[in-house]
Ligand binder design. Structure first.
Ligand SMILES: Nc1ncnc2c1ncn2[C@@H]1O[C@H](COP(=O)(O)OP(=O)(O)OP(=O)(O)O)[C@@H](O)[C@H]1O
Ligand SMILES: [Mg+2]
Length: 358
């Protein structure tokens, strides 16, 4: 049985198609992250799952039951919004339990559920306070508690951490991950933050312009991105994308390197030379040692930035930019010419015309 199934979901606003046919099936206990840039349709899709928006076409199934046309409150879902409006004049305890109160759950049972949830979120000593007496992160946990207390089939989160500062964001993220591991709940989580997606998801759906570009585990998304778009979206600094051509079964990177071995002969059926993009992650590059006989690229260093854990070196080869993430104490001078070594297995090859992985 799948916990959630989306069948050919389409959404049109006037003539504009915002969702262009979304299909996916989620097993119970999965943590699916919808990842994509602003405006790609993430919230629209989440709202359609919740029943807050109606699809123009397609079907939503929760626990093998079609819920198309079913009111949000009868869908057995709980949602946490980006702007988690708590009731300001109610205590934390009542905020968390309010949904149960509305469902006429008896007071004793409600208190027990609220206490259990508060304990899980480590806010049990805050239950008597009002929202105005809490920090941003504590308020966020109350909002999550309001959803958790309900024990629904699916939790829906829309950018729940986006208005927290960096440190709180990370703490709350870890907390969410712990909760998911502990409770084994099914979660659909919207974000445009690739780190959140990579760390939380059991599977990531990378969305682009109303479609799913790739649906896979974080490991696959990172190590075998299906398209150039996915490859550039996930990873920081982003993957280097070098223009190259294919000849004699090897690649020639414009302005730099010939004879780069390729996974397969890349001639099209007409035998013409093909234009490709060679992708290399910054962390796959290293400073070449003297006399290094492996693959190296020569580049002129333009900018050197120390982020703390790494030294980010931006160089130019031909007219193309190359970024390398190096150990923080690497000796690299601005203006110098450096040789960067890499392994042929670290390359990602994309068709320049279609953007698809080859
Ligand atoms: N009610 C509406 N009428 C017309 N267009 C809409 C409506 N709601 C959303 N859209 C459009 O649909 C597209 C997707 O919006 P959506 O809110 O799903 O994006 P998103 O991926 O959640 O973006 P963000 O990361 O900025 O929240 C956008 O181009 C938006 O302008
Ligand atoms: Mg949104």
């Amino acid at each position: 049985m799948s916990a959630l199934e989306l069948v050919n979901i389409r959404k049109r606003y006037g003539n504009v198609e915002t969702l262009k046919g979304i299909d996916l099936s989620l097993a119970s206990g999965e943590f699916l992250v919808l990842l994509g840039s602003s405006g790609c349709g993430k919230s629209t899709l989440l709202n359609i799952i919740a029943g807050l928006a109606e699809a123009t076409e397609g079907d939503v199934r929760i626990g093998d039951r079609s819920v198309t046309g079913v009111h949000p409150k009868n869908r057995d879902i709980a949602m946490v919004f980006q702007s988690y409006a708590l009731y300001p004049n109610m205590s934390v305890a009542r905020n968390i339990g309010f949904g149960l109160e509305m469902r006429h759950v008896p007071a004793a049972e409600r208190t027990q559920a609220v206490e259990k949830t508060a304990k899980m979120l480590q806010i049990e000593n805050l239950l008597a306070r009002k929202p105005s007496e809490l920090s941003g992160g504590q308020r966020q946990r109350v909002a999550i508690g309001r959803a958790l207390v309900r024990d629904p089939q699916i939790f829906l989160f829309d950018e729940p951490l986006s208005n927290l500062d960096a440190k709180l964001r990370m703490e709350t993220r870890t907390e969410l991950k712990r909760l998911h591991q502990m409770l084994g709940t099914t979660i659909v989580y919207v974000t445009h933050d690739q780190i959140e997606a990579m760390t939380l998801a059991t599977r990531i759906a990378v969305m682009r312009d109303g479609q799913i570009e790739q649906l896979a585990t974080p490991d696959e998304i990172y190590n075998r991105p299906a398209t150039r778009y996915v490859a550039s979206f996930v990873g920081s600094p982003p993957m280097n994308m070098l223009d190259a051509t294919v000849g004699d079964g090897t690649a020639h990177i414009a302005g730099s390197l010939s004879g780069v071995p390729l996974p397969s002969p890349l001639q099209d059926s007409a035998g013409r030379v093909r234009e490709i993009i060679v992708g290399i992650r910054p962390e796959s590059l290293a400073l070449a040692a003297a006399g290094d006989s492996g693959l190296t690229i020569e580049a002129k260093v333009e900018v050197v930035e120390l982020t703390g854990p790494e030294l980010v070196v931006t160089s130019m080869i031909g007219g193309q930019r190359l970024t390398a993430s190096l150990p923080p104490r690497s000796q690299v001078a601005v203006g110098s010419t450096q040789h960067f070594s890499f392994d042929a297995t670290a390359l990602h090859i994309f068709d320049k015309a279609t953007g698809k992985r080859i």
